[in-house]
Design a protein around this ligand. Structure first.
Ligand code: NAD
Length: 249
């Protein structure tokens, strides 16, 4: 049985969707959970839900595009629970689908500041702490868009391919130092991101998935719990694709 008893886990963007489901799943598996987000109300509501499930947790308001915020988030985790065993770098945004020449420079910069620079900052400060402990696990939320691409999403897809590069390169940097670093690559998952962006086309897209449905945030959460656990002790530098068979064809 997979357990995260006595582990401390950190989740970014934990106030909704995949991050919220994963913060709950990590807590249910036995970890003490620190999770971040930019929205206080949603953060406190999520914290109440995780505590109701019997886990210890702490919400920290934090923006991944701010290095000061990320430093403070890792420090707060150590002050509160004494260590950092597992980090799920999940916070991310997408853009309305458009061909590349119609995309705005400001949108490119905003997305890269969160999906790439923000994730790099998280890894940098998490790894600093994990090196001092001699162990740790990082899971980066990429996407199937980090392995293949789709029309209209070139910038998002570029950011998620970069997440794969950061994952693989850093996995090699720290493989001998007790730190495992992997990516999770969700397919089409029913969250605010897909609801807002896809609206009524979500069902049409879901019918193109071999399993015939969108995935649920909880199905990603369970895969992250596995990667964080000792059951995945020989896995590093890898994508774990959870997409209902979408990229198999
Ligand atoms: P979501 O919009 O519910 O979650 C995104 C979370 O990131 C939110 O809680 C949001 O507040 C947070 N966030 C955004 N910018 C932030 C910032 N600057 N600082 C801190 N937090 C910030 O959508 P989701 O689907 O749960 O997305 C989570 C991750 O999963 C994203 O990285 C997304 O790219 C990835 N993903 C989603 C899907 C999907 O189909 N939903 C598929 C593949 C990958």
């Amino acid at each position: 049985m997979i357990t995260l008893e006595n582990k401390v886990a950190l989740v970014t963007g934990g106030t909704s969707g995949i991050g919220k489901a994963t913060a709950l799943a990590l807590g249910t598996a036995g970890a003490k959970v620190v999770f971040s987000g930019r929205r206080d109300l949603e953060g406190e509501a999520t914290a109440a839900m995780i505590r109701h499930a019997g886990a210890e947790c702490l919400f920290v308001r934090s923006d991944v595009s701010s290095e000061e915020d990320i430093k403070a988030l890792v420090q707060k985790t150590i002050e509160t629970y004494g260590r950092l065993d597992c980090a799920f770098n999940n916070a991310g945004i997408d853009l309305p689908p458009k061909p590349l020449h119609e995309q705005l420079i400001e949108d490119f910069d905003k997305l890269m500041a969160i999906n790439v620079r923000g994730l790099f900052l998280c890894m940098k400060h998490e790894i600093g702490q994990m090196l001092s402990q001699g162990s740790g696990v990082i899971v980066n939320n990429s996407s199937v868009g980090g392995l293949v691409s789709f029309p209209g999403v070139s910038i998002y897809s570029a950011s998620k391919h970069t997440v794969m590069g950061l994952t693989r390169g850093a996995a090699l940097d720290y493989a001998k130092q007790g730190i495992r670093i992997n990516a999770i690559n969700p397919g089409l998952i029913a969250t605010e991101m897909t609801d807002d962006r896809l609206g009524s086309t979500a069902n049409a897209l879901a019918s193109m998935v071999p399993m015939g449905r969108m995935g649920q945030a909880e199905e990603i959460a369970q895969a992250v719990v596995f990667l964080c656990s000792d059951a995945a002790s020989y896995i590093t530098g890898q994508p774990l694709v959870v997409d209902g068979g979408f990229t198999a064809s």
